[in-house]
Write a protein that binds this ligand. Structure first.
Ligand code: HSE
Length: 429
């Protein structure tokens, strides 16, 4: 039997899950792959804290873990982009395979790490960085390798999906639902990454790299989170036959541009993604040969993430055994650029609060018309004498810049009572 020494760096929720699940997975890995994985060294921030099941005494200095001759594969579970970058770079420079769940690291400093991996001929395995238990990285690398990807989209932040589901189904408020997601171990240590869409954008950037060999400059990716979603929007969307999801989207435009963005989006209830609830994730991929593929599964939580980490560890061990260089990450060639904000065309939901008075609806509709934006649906509940009423529009496809011009004119109307609430609408057909 082939034994492989693992060096574990970082041991929070995900690391503890890995320790627990490694013991259960080893008999299967032995039976299926003739491989046994063993944690032989570990580095953690707080060495006084008791870590159940950790078979070695942890140390504080991660450099010693990487340098330890018994360590053949390094698992980085530190999170963040600063220390983790040093760890990843040192590991790759040492020529050791790196397994990581760190999407921020890959999305924000991927260019440097990919260059280092190529230079040192050391592989990076990152299945656990996107969508927890869904093996989407393997699907892109292997199952769909002969396809041109015509686009992909997904619900890839479990915490946000959990919050939106609780708001829609149980009428929970945002703060209560977020606390529940934290208690269940879904949320990041800094939950702003989840609710502000950044975590989903990190994952979208990684999927874009695999699908198109293009890693966008992360600071330029348009990202909106779910803080601005109110129970009113959830209810109006439902009345219009839609469900609000935090959607990540990656799609090519022509031969030299790729659109990458994350935004709360209305999806038609009939689309399978609209019924992906709780902390579940889903990813839709459109291959030119395969046609549409949808993967659904647990996107967050220590067990689902362990599934991906253990698959990567097993693959890393198998490649060491077989003296295979392991998977190569495409090195971006600089030919593609990110579609800039304002260049994108889409459908929108616009919720206004306006004076309840004859002629106001006509005024607003006229402004959309003057910007050549079609209206596909309008909703206006009765005002009951409150002086103002919500006006909700579902619009036909329009450029972001036309929409902005129309909304700026509407906001200036003396009848306008509050800023417009704008959400994306995707039919995903
Ligand atoms: N915090 C992430 C989520 C889990 O809620 O999806 C790990 O990526």
């Amino acid at each position: 039997m082939n034994k492989y020494g693992i060096g574990l760096i970082g041991c929070g929720t995900v690391g503890s899950g890995l320790i627990r699940n490694l013991a259960k997975a080893n008999p299967l890995l032995r039976e299926r792959l003739d491989i046994h994985l063993e944690i032989v060294a570990a580095a953690v921030k707080d060495i006084t804290k008791v870590r159940d099941g950790l078979p070695v005494k942890p140390i504080a200095d991660w450099r010693k873990v990487i340098a330890d001759p018994a360590v053949q594969i390094v698992v980085e579970l530190v999170g963040g982009v600063d220390d983790s970058f040093q760890i990843a770079q040192t590991c790759l420079k040492a020529g050791k395979p790196l397994v990581t769940a760190n999407k921020a690291l890959l999305a924000e400093r991927g260019h440097e790490l990919i260059a280092q991996a190529h230079q040192s001929n050391a592989p990076i395995y990152f299945e656990a960085s996107v969508a927890g238990g869904i093996p989407v990285i393997k699907v892109l690398r292997e199952g769909l390798v002969a396809n041109q990807l015509l686009g992909l989209h997904g619900i890839i932040n479990g915490t946000s999906n959990y919050i939106l589901t609780r708001m829609a189904e149980a009428g929970s408020d945002f703060a209560t639902a977020l606390q529940q997601a934290k208690d269940l171990g879904y949320a990041e240590a800094d939950d702003r990454l989840d609710v502000d869409g950044i975590d989903a954008a990190h994952k979208a950037a990684i999927l874009c790299l695999l699908a198109y060999g293009f890693l966008p400059k992360f600071s330029e990716v348009p990202v909106e989170g779910i803080r601005k979603i109110s129970s009113q929007d959830v209810s109006f969307a439902a009345q219009l036959g839609y469900t609000i999801k935090l959607l990540a989207l990656v799609r090519p435009h022509g031969s030299d541009q790729v659109e990458v963005r994350v935004a709360p989006t209305l999806l038609p209830n009939r689309h399978p993604m609209a019924s992906v609830h709780g902390a579940f994730n889903a990813i839709g991929l459109l291959g030119n040969l395969s046609g549409p593929v949808q993967l659904t599964g647990r996107g967050a939580g220590p067990d689902a993430t362990s599934s991906a980490l253990l698959a990567d560890l097993a693959e890393a061990a198998k490649n060491l055994r077989d003296k295979s260089p392991g998977p190569q990450i495409p090195q971006p060639d600089g030919k593609l650029r990110l579609l800039q904000k304002g260049e994108s065309v889409g459908r929108f939901y616009v919720r206004l609060e306006v004076e309840d008075r004859p002629g106001v609806l006509a005024l607003v509709a006229g402004i959309f018309g003057s910007e050549k934006i079609g209206i596909s649906s309008v909703l206006q509940p009765e005002g009951h004498g409150a002086g103002s009423v919500p006006l909700v529009f579902l619009l036909e496809a329009a450029s972001e810049s036309s929409l902005e011009k129309a909304v700026a004119q509407i906001t200036k109307l003396p009848n306008s009572r509050s800023p417009a609430h704008i959400l994306r609408v995707e039919d995903l057909s």
